[in-house]
Ligand binder design. Structure first.
Ligand SMILES: *Cc1c(COP(=O)(O)O)cnc(C)c1O
Length: 481
C-alpha cells in the first residue's frame, strides 16, 4: 500500500500539501550563465535570482507561505503600539515554546544583536557547539570571545554519529571551571547545527549542558532557529523521544534553556522575522530598553503587523510533524541520490540541506584557493543551480588560520521544490563530479571587513574561467531525467 511514511531512510514522503500559486523559472543558456557568474565575481550571493534556475542558496525566508498564513496576514494590526498582532504572536510563542517574554526583531541577527548587547561584556567567553556567522559576529562586536565546544564529530564529514550537534561536555566543563561565572557571558547551543551540516543535538546532551550551566551560574541560550527539525531527529534517534509528540519534544527542548534566539525565516515559514524569547524578567526589560533603539517598538520590533500574524501561524505550523517530516525527507532523498553516485557529502544527511564536502570533491584545489566557493560557481555554470559556500570564506576570521570544514550547501527551501527538481540537482552535481578536475581554484579580489562571504569577489586562479571546460558537455540539454 502506498504510504505517507518513508519506507527507507532515503525515501520521499508524499508532500502533505498541494501547490496553489506558482512562480515561473527558466534555465539561462550556458553563455549567459557564464556572463552572470563573472558579473557576480564568482560569488553566488551576488547573482540575480532571475539568472538562477534552481535556487538552493538558503532556506532563509524562501519558504512557501500557507493559505492560513496569507489569510492571517489580512488581520495584521499595524498599530505602532499595543498591536493585536503582537499579542497573538506572543500567545503562539508561549503555547509552543513556553517562554515568558517575547521580543520581536526584524530577523534572527536582530535578536542576536540585542542578546549580545545585554549579556556579553568585553573579554567574556561564549562557548558554543560550532559557530554561526552572524551569531559569532554579534558576540564579538560586543567584545566577547567565541569558544568552540562542539563534539569533534561535528567537524568529521564521514562520522555517522547521530547527534553531531552535541556539546563536548568535558570541553565545556573545562571552560566553565576556568572562567565561570564572571568570564562567561552565556553558553549557546544551536539546534540542528547549520555549520556542521544541519546536525541535531540530543535532549540528553542538552540536559547535561543545562546541569553544567546551572552549576556554574551561567545562562544557557538556544539558537532555536531549526528546533522543529531537531525535535524530529530526537523522536527518531533518542529512546526518550519515541513515544513523545512533536510539540512535546519541542517544548521539552525549549524548557531546558533560559531563553532562545530564533530566525523565523527558517522553521517558521516566513520571509522575514525573528525574535528573542526569555524567562528572566529583568533581562527581558533590558532587552526591551534596547529594542526601541535598534529595531522598533517592542510590539513590532522591525516587523509589520501582517508579518507578526504570518509568524504566529508559522510557529504553529512548525509543530506539524507531517510537514517537518516531508521536509526532512527531501534532504534525505537528495543526499541518498548523491551517495549512490559516490559523491562526497556530509553524513548523516542533516535537516535543511545536503552539504557537499569540497575537500573530497575537489582534492586538487587547496583550501587557500577556496574549493567550496569554486564548486558553488561550477554548479551554477553547469546547471543554473545556486548553492552557498560554507568553508574558509565563511569560516575564516581575519588572519586566523583555518583548516576546518569546506562545504557547499545545497539548501532546500520549505514547501517549494518537487522531486523532479531534486533529481535535476543530483544530475547536475553528478556531471560536475565527473569533470571535477576541470574546476580550478579561485583568488579573492575583494574582501569585505565583516561577514566577508556575503559580498567577496573572486576570479579563477588560472585566469580562464573553468566554465569553458564545463559548458560543452552540458550545453545541449540540462541533464534532466
Ligand atoms: C539564519 C540564522 C541566523 C541569523 O538569522 P537571520 O534571520 O538570517 O538574521 C542565526 N542562527 C542560525 C542558526 C541561522 O540559521
Amino acid at each position: 500500500m502506498p504510504s505517507c511514511e518513508p519506507r527507507g531512510d532515503d525515501d520521499l514522503v508524499v508532500p502533505p500539501w498541494k501547490i496553489k500559486v506558482v512562480e515561473l523559472i527558466a534555465l539561462l543558456d550556458p553563455r549567459e550563465r557564464r556572463r552572470a557568474l563573472v558579473e557576480a565575481g564568482y560569488n553566488t550571493f551576488l547573482l540575480r535570482s532571475e539568472d538562477v534556475f534552481v535556487d538552493l542558496l538558503t532556506d532563509s525566508g524562501t519558504s512557501a507561505l500557507s493559505q492560513e498564513q496569507r489569510a492571517a496576514m489580512e488581520l495584521g494590526d499595524e498599530a505602532y503600539a499595543g498591536s493585536r498582532s503582537f499579542f497573538r504572536l506572543e500567545r503562539a510563542m508561549r503555547e509552543v515554546y513556553g517562554y515568558r517574554h517575547l521580543v520581536p526583531t526584524h530577523q534572527g541577527r536582530g535578536a542576536e544583536h540585542l542578546l549580545s548587547k545585554v549579556l556579553v561584556r568585553p573579554g567574556q567567553l561564549v562557548p558554543s557547539n560550532l559557530y554561526f556567522t552572524t551569531s559569532r559576529e554579534h558576540a564579538e562586536l560586543a567584545g566577547g570571545r567565541w569558544v568552540d565546544v562542539a563534539v569533534p564529530e561535528a567537524q568529521d564529514t564521514t562520522s555517522t554519529h547521530p547527534f553531531k550537534g552535541n556539546v563536548d561536555l568535558a570541553a565545556l566543563e573545562n571552560v566553565l571551571r576556568a572562567a565561570a561565572p564572571e568570564r562567561v557571558a552565556f553558553v549557546r547551543v544551536e539546534t540542528c547545527v547549520n555549520m556542521a551540516g544541519g546536525q541535531p543535538v540530543s535532549v540528553a546532551n542538552l540536559a547535561a549542558v543545562r546541569e553544567l550551566t546551572r552549576a556554574h551560574g551561567v545562562p544557557l541560550i538556544l539558537d532555536a532557529t531549526r528546533l522543529s527539525e531537531n525535535a524530529v531527529f530526537v523522536k527518531d534517534r533518542e529512546p526518550a523521544g519515541e513515544s513523545a509528540t512533536l510539540p512535546g519534544v519541542i517544548a521539552e527542548i525549549a524548557a531546558l534553556a533560559d531563553g532562545a534566539v530564533f530566525s523565523s525565516k527558517k522553521d517558521h515559514f516566513v520571509p522575514i522575522g525573528g525574535f528573542l524569547a526569555l524567562n528572566d524578567d529583568e533581562l527581558a526589560e533590558r532587552v526591551r530598553e534596547l529594542v526601541v533603539v535598534y529595531e522598533g517598538f517592542p510590539h513590532y520590533g522591525g516587523m509589520a503587523g501582517h508579518d507578526l500574524e504570518a509568524l504566529a501561524q508559522g510557529i504553529r505550523e512548525s509543530t506539524d510533524e507531517a510537514l517537518v517530516r516531508h521536509y526532512l525527507s527531501q534532504s534525505a532523498y537528495l543526499g541518498g541520490l548523491l551517495l549512490e553516485r559516490g559523491i562526497p557529502i556530509v553524513v548523516p544527511v542533516g535537516a535543511h540541506a545536503v552539504f557537499l564536502d569540497a575537500k573530497r570533491f575537489l582534492p586538487h584545489v587547496p583550501q587557500t584557493s577556496f574549493p567550496a566557493q569554486a564548486l558553488a560557481a561550477a554548479l551554477y555554470l553547469a546547471g543554473g543551480i545556486r548553492s552557498m559556500e560554507r568553508g574558509i570564506v565563511s569560516g575564516q576570521h581575519g588572519d586566523e588560520p583555518y583548516d576546518g570544514l569546506e562545504l557547499v550547501r545545497l539548501t532546500i527551501p520549505r514547501r517549494v521544490y518537487t522531486e523532479e527538481h531534486l533529481r535535476y540537482v543530483a544530475d547536475v552535481v553528478t556531471e560536475v563530479f565527473e569533470r571535477r578536475e576541470l574546476v580550478s581554484g579561485l583568488r579573492m579580489t575583494y574582501e569585505p571587513t565583516h561577514l566577508r562571504f556575503f559580498q567577496a569577489r573572486f576570479e579563477p586562479e588560472g585566469g580562464e574561467p573553468f566554465a569553458g571546460s564545463l559548458e560543452p558537455a552540458l550545453a545541449s540539454e540540462p541533464a534532466s531525467s
